[in-house]
Design a protein around this ligand. Structure first.
Ligand code: FES
Length: 234
């Protein structure tokens, strides 16, 4: 049975449950820790590292580390902000992200984090990897150039037998997201929309649903990412 425990984040006294992940405990206490691969109540992947915090002075991923009684978490420090900004920059140069031409612009977590960390010109050289687009499935347009390998779709978009519609293929720099063509033939409307929703970038798009919400009225067009959590307890 989980018990209540106390801890601090940047000196703020917080309460959580034993076994609870730091990122979720922080959110419950009105503290935003950025995430890209994490999704609450889904088995963590720990793949993007944007949630890096310091726990009792050690770097840890907040989405894979359970909170411990009396621990001290550092979250909003210049050092950690710069690490997160560097991760966002790395993700931008590793893929091909052209925000103005992307249907997910304004709803994209990576773009929103670029704004949050005031990314201007990435400090790393662009890789300009060439990845093919996959438009074969009846409902999904897979823009592999934008995939950040978070595995959300692989972990969450499954059929009734628990088979994943998405998977990785290739290795190293040739790794790319792929859609099981046979399964995708019968993908439901709801699941296709869910896949688009949980993708933190614009890699998974529902075909024939373009600009349903106009630019300027999207999730992050008026409120910065994280503000829903940060405004929780004001
Ligand atoms: Fe923690 Fe991606 S959100 S590693």
């Amino acid at each position: 049975m989980s018990e209540k425990i106390k801890f601090t984040i940047d000196g703020k006294e917080c309460e959580g449950q034993t076994g609870q992940l730091i990122v979720d405990a922080a959110a419950d206490n009105g503290v935003y820790i950025p995430v890209l691969c994490h999704w609450r109540d889904v088995v963590p992947a720990g793949s993007c590292r944007i949630c890096t915090v310091k726990v009792n002075g050690r770097f840890m991923a907040a989405c894979t580390t359970p909170i411990e009684d009396a621990c001290s978490v550092e979250n909003n420090t210049p050092e950690l902000q710069d690490i997160r900004k560097a991760i966002v920059e790395m993700l931008f140069v590793e893929g091909n992200h052209f925000c103005p031409a992307c249907e997910k612009s304004g709803d994209c977590d990576l773009q929103a984090l670029g704004y949050r960390y005031q990314m201007m010109v990435p400090r790393f050289p662009y890789a300009f990897e060439r990845r093919e687009l996959d438009a074969e499935s009846p409902k999904i347009f897979l823009e592999k150039n934008r995939c950040i390998f978070c595995k959300r779709c692989i972990r969450m978009i499954k059929d009734e037998q628990g088979r994943s519609y998405f998977g990785f293929k290739g290795r190293g720099k040739h790794l790319e997201i792929a859609l099981d063509k046979k399964l995708a033939e019968n993908m439901s409307e709801e699941l296709a929309m869910e896949a688009m929703k949980i993708c933190p970038v614009g890699a998974i798009l529902r075909k024939e649903v373009g600009f349903a919400t106009p630019i300027g009225e999207r999730k992050y067009d008026n409120v910065p990412i994280g503000s829903d959590i940060e405004n929780l307890q004001k």
